[in-house]
Design a protein around this ligand. Structure first.
Ligand SMILES: Cc1cc2nc3c(=O)[nH]c(=O)nc-3n(C[C@H](O)[C@H](O)[C@H](O)COP(=O)(O)O)c2cc1C
Length: 209
């Protein structure tokens, strides 16, 4: 059973830092998906711009840049739409300063053929965004648990856009307002499958994959 004091114990960043076989970029190692956000503490304009700039400079085939973002702060008229779209398991995200809607355009900008790589390219841009947010000292958490239809209709998004992910962005703050398993998960070390089942350095498909 978790005590009240423990609920509010801030997470030790060293616990959440990735355990790697060799050092990797600090932001990559330190990014983690918290469910604890400070509803009051604001993000500076410089930080917000840096986060958006990092997303902007991702690579894409033919430099098509299919990613788009809608940043929704707590005062935005569209905030109730974004909060309504969240599935029950993600209501913790309502405390975040920003809910970010990540969209990609299914068709190319120059002609209306489908771009089969658009979702992948949004993912590259999102990765930049999340790592820059971490480097800025911010907390960021991607979510697929939301009703896309609610966002598409509520934000009046044109037909050739998709929204695979929303993000919560803000300053980390421990909160009691989570389920017990979520509080426990905040303090757990982060895990990944070992390198050996993910990569083969000898140019072959591996039986261990
Ligand atoms: C595309 C995507 C969708 C996700 N959707 C949710 C979600 O709906 N709710 C949630 O709590 N976490 C969600 N996550 C966070 C993952 O659970 C988390 O990244 C994973 O457990 C690894 O933990 P870490 O990010 O702290 O390394 C999502 C992550 C990604 C990349």
């Amino acid at each position: 059973m978790i005590t009240t004091e423990n609920d509010l114990k801030p997470v030790d960043p060293e616990i959440k830092k990735a355990r790697t076989s060799v050092p990797i970029l600090d932001a990559l190692a330190r990014r983690w998906s918290t469910r604890g956000f400070d509803p009051e503490r604001r993000i500076s304009t410089a930080q917000l711009t840096a986060v958006a700039e990092a997303a902007r400079w991702a690579p894409s085939a033919n430099n098509n840049q299919p990613w788009r973002y809608i940043f929704i702060d707590r005062e935005a008229e569209s905030r109730p739409v974004a909060e309504r779209a969240l599935k029950r398991g993600n209501i913790w995200a309502k405390r975040a300063n920003y809910l970010i809607i990540a969209l990609y355009r299914e068709t190319f900008d120059k002609h209306d053929k489908t771009n089969p790589l658009a979702g992948l390219e949004l993912g590259l841009s999102l990765s930049n965004l999340m790592n820059q947010a971490t480097a800025e000292g911010l907390a960021v958490h991607p979510m697929a648990g939301f009703e896309e239809k609610v966002l598409l209709a509520g934000l009046k998004v044109p037909a050739d856009y998709r929204i695979p992910v929303m993000l919560a962005l803000g300053h980390y703050h421990p909160t009691r307002d989570l389920k017990d398993w979520q509080i426990e998960s905040e303090h757990k070390i982060r895990e990944r499958r070992p390198l050996s089942v993910m990569v083969n350095f000898r140019g072959q498909f591996s039986d261990e994959f």
